[in-house]
Ligand binder design. Structure first.
Ligand SMILES: [Zn+2]
Length: 197
């Protein structure tokens, strides 16, 4: 009993630390100069919107089962890359920042509820959200020092965040902790929604 409350307190403390780190750096800033591999690797970890959505994809995948654990972490980066290419070629996508914030809120709620949907539905939802995460960065690529390395770094960081979410979900296996973590992610997403960007 004590252990359970300690675990959930620790997970809350961890999320709070991530939140503080994210808010104190760049929460929603997407324009700007992009370099090469390092910039690509660093950005998903420093953007709170990306960190929370990408970890939530992993957490949710761990709740959905083995096939989702392989499919969702593959769908997200692939569609994200497609979204970045769309952005690079100037293909318009409405409500990009809103879509990114919505991904944090919806995925957080899915984790909190342990929402069970079919593989097609979860992959489609995750894919739509990934399109926004990629498109937000599309305009960086033509100007990047090395667009390819920048993209590779970005995708490697994304897959790492998915893996962290899956590992955390599998290690936890406590509905209370998952509800708390998902609820905290959704709450921070709502904060991002009302924060001026
Ligand atoms: Zn970003």
């Amino acid at each position: 009993m004590h252990r359970r409350s300690l675990t959930s307190k620790l997970s809350l403390a961890g999320l709070a630390a991530v939140a503080v780190a994210g808010f104190s750096s760049v929460a929603l800033a997407h324009p700007g100069h992009a370099g090469g591999l390092t910039d690509g690797l660093v950005h998903p970890f420093t953007g709170l919107d990306h960190v929370l959505a990408m970890v939530a994809v992993g957490l949710w995948a761990s709740q959905l089962g083995r096939r989702a654990m392989w499919l969702l972490p593959a769908v997200f980066p692939v569609v994200m890359a497609a979204g970045a290419v769309m952005g690079a070629y100037g293909v318009a996508l409405p409500w990009v920042e809103l879509g990114i914030v919505a991904s944090v809120v919806v995925l957080g709620i899915a984790v909190a509820l342990g929402l069970q949907v079919s593989l097609v539905v979860s992959a489609t939802l995750v894919g739509v959200f990934a399109l926004f995460h990629g498109h937000a960065h599309g305009n960086e690529f033509p100007a990047a020092d090395s667009p390819l390395l920048h993209g590779i770094g970005f995708i490697a960081a994304t897959v790492t965040l998915h893996a962290i979410g899956i590992a955390a979900g599998l290690l936890t296996q406590r509905p209370l902790v998952m509800r708390t973590a998902g609820g905290a992610i959704a709450a921070v997403g709502l904060l991002l929604l009302v924060m001026p960007s």
